[in-house]
Unconditional design. Sequence first.
Length: 255
Amino acid sequence: MDDFENPFEDRRRKRVANCPRCKTSHAYVDVKHLVVNDPGYWVVKCSGCQQPFCIPGLHDVFDSYGTDIDILAREEGDVSEAEHPVAQEMAQYNLDVNELTLSYDYTACPLYECTCTRSLDAQALRRLESEIGEVNKEYRYRIHYAIKGKFHAEYVVAKVAMMCECGVPHEATFYRKFVINWDHPPLKAADFVLADVTGAQLSESLDGVRSKDDAMDLLAKLVARWNLLADQVMIASPFIGHQFLAYDKQMVIWE
């Protein structure tokens, strides 16, 4: 396991909110403490149209901050009662690498294939489901040691042996964010992300002409794979068509 920063520190998330009038963007840092917070919203002066608007959803209105934001008021009440318009276009950027938000769609285009061309993605998930009891047992051991300060990790990894119908053996590697919470409910197989299947023919499964949906699905699965091994993943693409998508769907693509 790789070392990572103290899990008991405050969380700081970089966010941006657009003025509801002129769409000018305002960057800020939302701070969330582990124990006590003062949630609420800010009333800020827009740097574009110079009119006040509200930035909602702050975990702590007093300790969160924006270097270039003119904060007129810090309110702990309900933003729906505010007299000024509320920002609707908000997003998180430069996501914290300790917060895993990846998912793996086993029903879509498979990434891992055996030499016999059979798909291994769904088979790996079924194998993990059959071993999830033992995985949960090992996971709780790690929580026990982490609480004592003897174990720090960014992710936990589960490896399961499997065999294709053609008789070729494989080993599937899954991972998920390590959460230090003794009261956390038992994990499900779907809580893990598939990162690798030994013996899979990636060059064969990736080579070809694909629809946009399949290409995006394969890319998402490759990002999940790279995320376990790399400190940073950079994707270079000449164009991602989005001109006909609604705003919320555009955000899903870029996130």
